[in-house]
Design a protein around this ligand. Structure first.
Ligand code: NAP
Length: 486
């Protein structure tokens, strides 16, 4: 059992972390957590009641009163301690992540580094929550603008990046002086709870960082239904994000949404094909195709099309499918069987409507939660794969002739998270970068996420930005002081 690999057993927590305490549900209710590699349940977490979630909100309110009074330097030091502990326990956090999420261990280690980097980034930014002074509107008047923490905040996070989707929010919230209640996906609560254990060890005061588990709709309604919670930050599907945004209206809660994508990945005739394939492999197959910034639609210009798909097929042939703990595995189990069925449905629909199979076995849904990467071309706009993110290892290629056609297809989606393109023509680079409707553009680059840059989408892909200096804005309010003349 992979749990025996843990060097620090206390990182495997099957309780919620509220007000600096580890708690069970009063009524003993629990939620099962399984390993996507074999579907076996290996633990449970509490299914907290509404009263217990309200208790967590009160705890976060008390935590906020303590935390906001700390100096920026004190908050930064505690965040840096948390960061150090994450790296110290990288192997254990990665083990828990692979166990509950499935991703290859090497990717889990990478995610711990990536997740911790947000804590470090915001620890550094904590001391730079600057305000401004503005010349007064009347003689002798002074205008001063300060930035204050919003207060108690809540985060609801998805299963595909069980650590980073939390630290990207919590790092900013805590740096700004806010407290936070995190509701991780029930599929992947153990990474979140391990982070809470380390926050505790780092000395972050009780009530400042809390992790609750249970029925997601009830928890969402309770958090958004509370006038104490001043901000909801959600990462997940557009459907749930839209629902939560409506719920936030009741108390005019500030809201940030990091939602679904449908990224185009355009390869123009003048691209460096080797770099484009390299970028495509990272972009499409990282996390076995389960990232919100995954290339969902490859758009390849006719002059380079055959060369690109032959090189891509070759690179895909080197991917190894298997249990995330197995050495050399690059493609692990998908999160559950519904995810497998979705890849199969998109593939079958594309083939039925005239797409051409290029490489990889046709997904048949009979290999448990595993899907071997598959490549199809001659994809057209009427196919399901063009309308909806596949979230799995299906590479779907659309052939196009002109730049105008490519842009029209690329922007023909309600989503606008990431878009990628490969070209060596500087004029085209600017034209296409300007015209693509997305919050993040990879130009000759397939890996776009890092803590220093603002991450977020336009259109139905969300509101607000995470990471970068802008990430802090989501957790502060401007306060304007009008200092009258003598
Ligand atoms: P999801 O079904 O929307 O779930 C996300 C989170 O919301 C989970 O914690 C889930 O809890 C919770 N949830 C579900 N229904 C809820 C409700 N009615 N009220 C409150 N919370 C609720 O999305 P997912 O399938 O886990 O994640 C994949 C999606 O996330 C994809 O669309 C992907 O593109 C998107 N994503 C976006 C970004 C980004 O930065 N833009 C990053 C990563 C993922 P339970 O699972 O416990 O029910």
């Amino acid at each position: 059992m992979s749990l025996s690999r843990l060097k620090t057993q206390r990182l495997f927590r099957q309780q919620c972390y509220v007000n600096g305490q580890w708690i069970d549900a009063g009524n003993g209710n629990t939620v099962d957590v399984d390993n996507p590699a074999d579907g076996k349940v290996f633990g449970t977490v509490p299914s907290l009641s509404e009263e217990e979630i309200l208790g967590a909100i009160d705890a976060a309110e008390q935590g906020f009163q303590v935390w906001r009074k700390k100096t920026a330097q004190e908050r930064a030091d505690l965040l840096m301690r948390w960061y150090d502990l994450m790296l110290e326990h990288k192997e254990d956090i990665a083990t828990l992540m692979t166990l509950e999420q499935g991703k290859p261990l090497v990717e889990s280690r990478g995610e711990v580094d990536y997740a911790a980097s947000f804590i470090r980034w915001f620890a550094e930014e904590a001391r730079r929550v600057y305000g401004e002074t503005i010349p007064g509107a009347k003689p002798g008047q002074h205008i001063v603008v300060t930035r204050q923490p919003i207060g108690v905040t809540a985060a609801i996070t998805p299963w595909n990046f069980p650590a980073a989707m939390i630290t990207r929010k919590a790092g900013a919230a805590l740096a700004a002086g806010c407290s936070m209640i995190v509701k991780p996906a029930n599929a992947t609560p153990y990474t979140a709870l391990a982070l809470a254990e380390l926050a505790d060890e780092a000395g972050i005061p009780a009530g400042v960082f809390n992790v609750v588990t249970g029925k997601s709709s009830m928890i969402g309604e309770t958090l958004t239904g509370s006038a104490i919670v001043r901000k909801m930050s959600f990462t997940g599907s557009t459907e749930v994000g839209s629902k939560l945004m409506a719920q936030c209206a009741e108390h005019i809660q500030k809201v940030s949404l990091e939602l679904g994508g449908n990224a185009p990945f355009i390869v123009f005739d003048d691209a460096d094909v080797e770099r484009a394939v390299e970028g495509a492999m990272i972009c499409k197959f990282r996390n076995t195709g389960q990232t919100c910034v995954c290339a969902n639609r490859f758009l390849v210009q006719s002059g380079i099309h055959d060369k690109f798909i032959s090189r891509l097929a070759e690179a895909m042939g080197k991917l190894k499918v298997g249990d995330g703990f197995e050495e050399g595995v690059t493609q692990s189990a998908l999160i559950n069987h519904a995810a497998v069925e979705k890849v199969k449905r998109h593939y079958d629909d594309a083939i039925d409507k005239g797409a051409r199979h290029v490489a990889g076995p046709a997904p048949d849904g009979k290999q448990g939660n595993y899907v071997t990467p598959v490549l199809v071309t001659d994809v057209t706009a009427d196919m399901e794969v063009c309308a909806d993110e596949t979230f799995g290892p299906l590479a779907a290629v659309i052939k196009f002739d002109t730049e105008e056609q490519a842009l029209k297809i690329a922007n023909d989606t309600p989503y606008g998270l990431a878009a990628y393109f490969y070209s060596r023509d500087i004029h085209r680079v600017w034209r296409v970068a300007d015209a693509l409707e997305a919050g993040i553009i990879g130009v000759n680059e397939g890996a776009v996420s890092n803590p220093t840059a603002p991450f977020g989408g336009v259109k139905a892909s969300g509101l607000g930005r995470e990471g970068s200096r802008h990430g802090l804005d989501e957790y502060t309010e401007l306060k304007y002081l009008c200092m009258g003349a003598e």
